[in-house]
Design a protein around this ligand. Structure first.
Ligand code: PLP
Length: 429
């Protein structure tokens, strides 16, 4: 590293010791980073080919107001998504407010009273508990007479095929498969293993709708779950596919029928996809999608760097430094409350927005312990931007993800380590 470069880091508060330890770790990661870059290249070409095939034009970036009839930009963007996911159709809208909303839409539109929903991969993401009615809530699926069953993964993380077979009943209409582990401790599923699970389910009853919660997984691999049999994939635009530029939105891609049902639920029966003004959101939805493969690669490299950095310092990291990655989330078990606070301080201190702010633990509604969060994002709450959080309770694990560029993710990790070192919480070997 040149002296000029070193000076840049020193100006940002990184000591030579922390910097050189980081460089040592990075040196061993180069071959792995090359293979991530290759995946990004593959996916970049996939996105460009899809945009060209759909004939994206300057007129597509303009947007509409009011009812939004005949919004060519909206319709073209939806065909670009359908092409990328190799699906019959897609629904991509700024009116879908977040990932939970997109998943709610998929479930509520494709299930009817008397139907049963099955999760064969254990408990779904926290916010879905109220959607399903696992925790009672107004307007849940349970209130509409839609029942729910769950089959947990086996202790070794594999699918409980026997249990799944036994759980499939005549009223089982839709199976929901969460690709990312989210903030649970299980493994994230590869697209290939999701394919195996879908084949097994379709082998029992081919008419069961197989839906995948694709949050945090888009563009991590070269194929998406719709290419291994999923009828529907669902995700958030303020995660991977928005590339950090989308200011809001969610997407669904899948069979014509699943998408039509969802469109009728999002707007209204009879209107479906025909209405929904795109306002001024389209340029960032298109450009964000264009950037998404390389942005996802940057976030992945940041996660792998952090895993190896902290593993070398003796911390338990999940996934570990060597494991293959199927999403962008990294967990580090920090063991002490002061370490969790110092880590988050470092991430915040590396942010381009609100970098001067000190994060503090607070009583977040819905949690049984205080939570500390670090985020300095251009898009509020965006978790494709570098962000970290963790509950203030044993084992004091921090979960983090994102980084629109690798240099930013790298700085964040070095800052977190610097904070921990300055607080006397780690020894650098
Ligand atoms: C983020 C996430 C969601 C919910 O998305 P929000 O945008 O936070 O509502 C659902 N499932 C998984 C796996 C997620 O990571």
């Amino acid at each position: 590293m040149t002296d000029q470069m070193k000076q840049q880091y020193i100006n940002l508060g990184i000591s030579e010791e922390v910097l050189s330890f980081g460089e040592q770790i990075l040196a061993d990661l180069r071959p792995r980073f090359d293979s991530i870059d290759e995946t990004a290249e593959f996916n970049q070409l996939k996105v460009i080919a899809a945009m060209q095939k759909a004939k994206v034009s300057e007129a597509c970036l303009l947007g509409t107001t009011g009812y939004g009839y005949g919004d060519i930009g909206r319709e073209t963007l939806e065909s670009v998504y359908a092409e990328i996911f190799k699906a019959e159709d897609a629904l991509v809208r700024p009116q879908i407010t977040c990932g939970t909303h997109a998943l709610t839409l998929a479930l509520m539109s494709n299930l009817r009273p008397g139907d049963e929903l099955l999760s064969p991969v254990g408990k779904p993401y926290d916010t879905l508990e109220e959607v399903i009615g696992i925790r009672p809530s107004k307007g849940s699926l349970a209130e509409y007479g839609i029942t729910y069953r769950q089959v947990d993964l086996l202790p070794d993380g594999s699918f409980d095929f026997e249990g799944i077979k036994a759980a499939i009943r005549p009223q089982t209409k839709l199976v929901t498969i969460q690709r990312s582990k989210g903030y649970a401790t299980r493994r994230t599923l590869s697209v290939e293993s999701i394919g195996e699970l879908i084949s097994f389910i379709k082998g029992i009853r081919s008419d069961i709708i197989c839906m995948v919660d694709n949050c945090y997984g888009e563009f991590v691999q070269r194929i998406e779950p719709t290419q291994v049999g999923a009828d529907l994939v669902v995700g958030s635009l303020i995660k991977n596919p928005g590339g950090g530029l989308a200011p809001i939105g969610g997407y669904l891609a899948g069979t014509k029928e699943c998408i039509e049902n969802a469109a009728y639920r999002l707007t209204s029966p009879g209107l479906g996809k025909e209405v929904g003004a795109s306002l001024g959101a389209l340029p960032s939805l298109y450009q964000g999608l264009f950037l998404a493969p390389t942005v996802t690669a940057a976030a992945l490299k940041g996660a792998i760097f952090a895993a190896n950095l902290y593993e070398k310092l003796g911390f338990e990291v999940r996934p570990n430094g060597l494991e293959d990655r199927y999403d962008i989330i990294q967990a580090i078990v920090l063991r002490k409350p002061e370490a969790l606070i110092a880590f988050c301080k470092g991430i915040q201190g590396a942010a381009p927005v609100d970098g001067f702010v000190t994060p503090e633990p607070w009583d977040m509604p819905g949690y049984d312990a205080q939570v500390i969060m670090a985020a300095g994002a251009f898009v509020s709450g965006s978790s494709i931007e570098l962000s970290a959080d963790g509950p203030m309770k044993e084992p004091y694990a921090v979960y983090f993800q994102g980084g629109l560029t690798f240099p930013h993710a790298k700085l964040g990790m070095l800052k977190s380590l610097q904070e921990m070192k300055d607080a006397g919480l780690v020894e650098i070997p």
